[in-house]
Each structure stands twice: as structure tokens, then as C-alpha cells.
Write a protein of this length. Structure first.
Length: 556
């Protein structure tokens, strides 16, 4: 192929030259436009040299990048690895109720996964909650198992789990009808606690705890008024999960007249219990209120028994009973048991405090249920009146502690070779009216001196146990100066305690030996004046009665 013509070659060179010139002119102009010295008014700079083939053109108007050196590098100093926190829980052992769940907070590590192993899946299901940081345990069967929790570093901790069945259960409401004019706050609390106890159902081996001392909202309750109180109830037992419930109890105070009993019923035979059975029974009719005294002891080595006071309604309609009771024991202190039951009865009887029971037709209910351990004794003093309905049968029964307490009353009475009082006695109250003149020989009240004949076959009632003794004593001072008169207790046959209501106030006398004189109280009598005292007392079970109560201005 032929090359370009000479004329064509000249035209190409001319075009290249013109383009190069134009490029140099533009570069010069750009340099002048971006020269700071020129912009400040300095003389024009020398013309730039012509470009050579070795210089590579740069973008118009951009300075050359500065030369840079590589950035220095640093070797990190060696440091030890951090020590992981040990695995720890809020508790090292927990109890879980059977069929329910409990959670144990994980204290450390604060994050990360814990692997759970080692536990018996038949006893409990176990889940680690990584969000809430807890170990959640659900009890499946009663037993003990151990959870091993291991973190990402291989560290581990143990959590012991004991799954237990609940010790029982209780309803959350109850009701009780009482009497009192008014009913004191302590009595209201006691009756509310008793009502809460009746709606608690322990499993075998468990114990119900419903204490009047834990009732914080009881107050004095006037007649024909209603109050709602709250009773904390706990049911506990070995190898059982404790059950807790607050029982709301409605307490109604129903106004009732105070009617003196017609008979005293005594159950003190056999005094020492060696077998199960009926200790006493008698019928109570609407027109004849009664007072019941029982006093029984379990010898060394005796099995655990319980003493029940039962009422049985054999009629076709419900009977309503009013019960005023003082219960003592169980305890090994024979004087204390009789003293406590007498004291409680005298205080509640004076205020008309009691409880109203309904006995449905053809039913038997328990008024009292007391445990009787070996070497201990129990005592009760109570007044029973039929408020409405037909009469009932009242009985004292002893039975094995594990036997059902709801059996009917047997009419076969237990017996013993050692005679004690058991029967029905017709004089439940004695009244005295005595005077004492300051400076004269002491005035003496003989408490418990008159044996009462038995209306059924059995021994007389010596010591007047269960018989209320009331006295009005007038202290006279014919002198020109005020005088002090002392009231003294003198046991006559053996050690004795005593309880007195003096002008309605409770006074207790500790155990006193025969031949000693215990000062009960002193009374100020004005000059040429007198003072009248009202006192109530009763012979106390376990103490030796009769006793003398003396009034004298000098030590007897």
C-alpha cells in the first residue's frame, strides 16, 4: 500500500504544532491564574520552560501530591488473659413444692450460656433462662437432686434441689359467731384464729399454726356488731413444703343473756389414761345449762393420744350451742394446767364471752381437740347452753392421736382401780356475804370445803372443783385513822394456786405451800368508813383444796 503524500504529511505536522502551542498557552494561563504572588500584585514570574518528552502531563490546576513515608507500626505489649468470674447463684439449695416452679437468680457470670447437667429429670425439670439470668426448676416428684451449672470456660457450681409436697392447704375465708358484752380484742383474735384453724387441712405429719398473737387487726367488738380480721396461717411438717395463707375471718358478736348453769359435770375418772374410749357423757337440755370440768393425765411411755369434747345431736333439727371455755395444757406442770384453764374461764365468763356452734341433725362435732402426750396432762373448764333447738349429748373422749376424730360417742365408759370424781353435781355456784372490822380477828372464807353429792353413780366431788365461789366482803373501820386490810391465801392440805376477780380485775396467786400465807392484795379503808369488795374465785385443778381466804389488818 502507498504511504501518505508529502502534502498530507505537512498538514499533519502543522496540526500537531498548532495543538501543542494551544496546550502551552492554556497551561501558562492556568499557572498565572493560580499563582498567589501574582494575585498579590508581584511582578510576573519568568515563563515556564517548554515541556519535554520525559514529563508526564498532570491534570490542569491540581498540585502534585506530597511525598509520604510509611506509617510507623507498634507491637502490642503482651498482657495476661482476664480471669472469668466463677459461677454463683443467689442460693446454693432450694426447696420446690411438688407440681410448682421456683427460680434461682444467677449472680455470675453476668452473660453467656450455662450448661445444666447432673440432675435427675424424674425429680425436676430444669431450664436456664439466659434473658432473666435464672435457673427455673419445676418439681415433678418428691426427692432430692443436684444441678451442675457449667459456663463457657468450664467453671461449674452446684445447686441442690429438694422437691416436697405441700404440708396442706387452707381456704382463704372463714366465719365465726361469738358472744360478749363486749367481746374483748384478745377474745376476738383467739376466736378468729380458731375459725381459721378449722378451714386448714394438714396432710398427715403436718401441723397447723394459727396464733391469736399474729392477728394484728382485732379490736373490742360490741354486741350485735361485725368485724373482719385477718389470720396468718402456716402448715408445716418434716419433709413437707410449708404452706402459708392469710385467712379472712368475719366475726359476728351475737348478744346473749348470761344464764347461770344448773349442773356441774366432772370428768376426772380415770384420771390417768391407759386406754382409749369414752371418759364421760351426759345429756344437755335447753332448760338446764351445764358447766363441764375435765382433768386427765398420760403416764410415762403412753402413746400420743388426744382428748376430745364432743356434742352429738340425735334430733331432726339443728341445735345451736353457746360455749364459754377455758382450756389448759398439755403440760407437765400440774398446777399450771389447772390454773390456766380456771383463769381463762373466769375472765371469759365474767364478760359473757363465748362462741355459738351449730350442731346439724344426726351429727357429731368436736368442741375441743387437745393432744395428750406422755407425762403430760390436760384440763378444761367450760359452760354449755342450748340456745336453740333440742338437747344434745355432751361427752369427753380419749383416742389415739392418729385415729379419726369424727366418730360418734360410745356409751361404754372407761374405768380404773383408782377412784376419782366423775358425775353430775347440782350446786355449781356458792355465794358469801361477810364483814371484817379493822383490828378484829381475821374473817375467813373456806373455799372448797363442802363435798357435793353425785346425782349419778360415782364419787362425791371433794374440793368443790368446777364450782364458782362469789363473795361480797365489807371492810369496816371505826377508828380515827385510815387503815389497810390485807387479803391472804392459806392452803390447808397441799400446794395450791388461785385466781381471783376482785372488783372485776384479775389477780393471780402463785403456788403456795400449806402453812404459808400469800398476800393477795391490800385495801385502804377510810377512817370511820367502810369499803365493799366483790370477788370471784374457783378451786383450781391440780391444786390442793380447800384453802382459806383471810381478811385481816395484821399479818395472820
Amino acid at each position: 500500500m502507498a504511504g501518505p503524500s508529502r502534502r498530507g504529511t505537512h498538514l499533519i505536522r502543522a496540526a500537531i504544532g498548532s495543538a501543542a502551542g494551544l496546550w502551552l498557552a492554556l497551561a501558562a494561563a492556568a499557572t498565572q491564574a493560580f499563582d498567589p504572588a501574582r494575585a498579590a500584585g508581584d511582578p510576573p514570574a519568568a515563563p515556564a520552560p517548554s515541556p519535554s518528552a520525559s514529563i508526564s502531563p498532570q491534570p490542569i490546576g491540581l498540585p502534585l501530591p506530597p511525598e509520604t513515608s510509611p506509617a510507623p507500626t507498634f507491637e502490642p505489649s503482651p498482657s495476661p488473659s482476664p480471669t472469668p468470674a466463677p459461677v454463683a447463684f443467689a442460693a446454693s439449695a432450694i426447696a420446690v413444692p411438688l407440681g410448682h416452679a421456683e427460680s434461682v437468680p444467677v449472680l455470675s457470670p453476668a452473660s453467656g450460656i450455662l450448661a445444666l447437667s447432673g440432675f435427675d429429670p424424674a425429680v425436676a425439670t430444669v431450664v436456664f433462662d439466659g434473658v432473666d439470668r435464672t435457673i427455673d426448676v419445676t418439681g415433678l416428684h418428691a426427692g432430692v437432686t443436684t444441678i451442675v451449672a457449667t459456663d463457657l470456660y468450664g467453671q461449674a457450681a452446684n445447686l441442690t434441689v429438694t422437691v416436697e409436697p405441700y404440708a396442706g392447704k387452707a381456704y382463704d375465708t372463714a366465719a365465726v359467731t361469738i358472744t360478749g358484752d363486749p367481746a374483748g380484742a384478745q377474745f376476738v383474735a383467739e376466736q378468729a384464729a380458731h375459725a381459721a384453724n378449722l378451714v386448714a387441712y394438714p396432710v398427715p405429719g403436718a401441723t397447723v399454726i394459727a396464733s391469736a398473737a399474729d392477728v394484728a387487726d382485732a379490736r373490742e367488738l360490741p354486741a350485735d356488731d361485725i368485724e373482719v380480721v385477718h389470720v396468718p396461717v402456716s402448715i408445716e411438717g418434716p419433709d413437707l413444703y410449708p404452706y402459708h395463707q392469710s385467712v379472712t375471718v368475719m366475726v359476728r358478736n351475737l348478744a346473749q343473756p348470761q344464764i347461770a348453769p344448773k349442773y356441774v359435770l366432772v370428768s376426772d375418772f380415770p384420771e390417768t389414761i391407759t386406754q382409749d374410749g369414752t371418759l364421760f357423757y351426759a345429756d344437755v337440755n335447753p332448760d338446764a345449762p351445764v358447766r363441764l370440768l375435765y382433768y386427765h393425765f398420760a403416764p410415762d411411755g403412753a402413746p400420743l393420744r388426744r382428748v376430745l369434747v364432743k356434742v352429738q345431736n340425735n334430733g331432726v333439727a339443728s341445735s345451736f350451742l353457746q360455749l364459754t371455755a377455758g382450756i389448759g395444757g398439755p403440760d407437765q406442770n400440774v398446777l399450771l394446767v389447772g390454773h390456766e384453764s380456771t383463769k381463762r374461764f373466769l375472765v371469759e365468763e365474767a364478760a359473757g364471752e363465748g362462741q355459738i356452734f351449730e350442731v346439724p341433725p344426726d351429727a357429731t362435732i368436736n368442741l375441743v381437740d387437745q393432744l395428750l402426750p406422755a407425762s403430760e396432762l390436760v384440763s378444761g373448764l367450760m359452760q354449755v347452753r342450748v340456745v336453740d333447738g333440742d338437747g344434745v349429748r355432751l361427752a369427753v373422749v380419749v383416742q389415739d392421736a392418729l385415729d379419726s376424730p369424727v366418730e360418734p360417742i360410745s356409751d361404754t365408759l372407761l374405768s380404773s382401780a383408782v377412784e376419782h370424781a366423775r358425775g353430775i353435781y347440782q350446786v355449781p355456784d356458792f355465794d358469801y356475804d361477810e364483814d371484817y372490822i379493822v383490828g378484829a380477828p381475821p374473817t375467813v372464807l373456806d373455799i372448797g370445803k363442802l363435798p357435793l353429792p353425785n346425782l349419778v353413780q360415782g364419787d362425791v366431788l371433794g374440793g368443790d372443783y368446777g364450782v364458782k365461789q362469789s363473795a361480797t366482803v365489807t371492810l369496816e373501820n371505826g377508828g380515827d385513822a385510815d387503815a389497810s386490810v390485807g387479803m391472804w391465801l392459806e392452803p390447808r392440805g397441799g400446794r395450791a394456786t388461785a385466781t381471783f376477780l376482785i372488783d372485776g380485775s384479775l389477780t393471780e396467786v402463785r403456788a403456795t405451800d400449806p402453812g404459808d400465807y400469800a398476800l393477795v392484795r391490800s385495801f385502804d379503808v377510810p377512817a370511820r368508813g367502810y369499803r365493799r369488795i366483790e370477788l370471784v374465785t374457783m378451786p383450781e385443778g391440780g391444786s390442793s383444796y380447800p384453802v382459806n381466804v383471810l381478811f385481816s389488818s395484821t399479818h395472820p
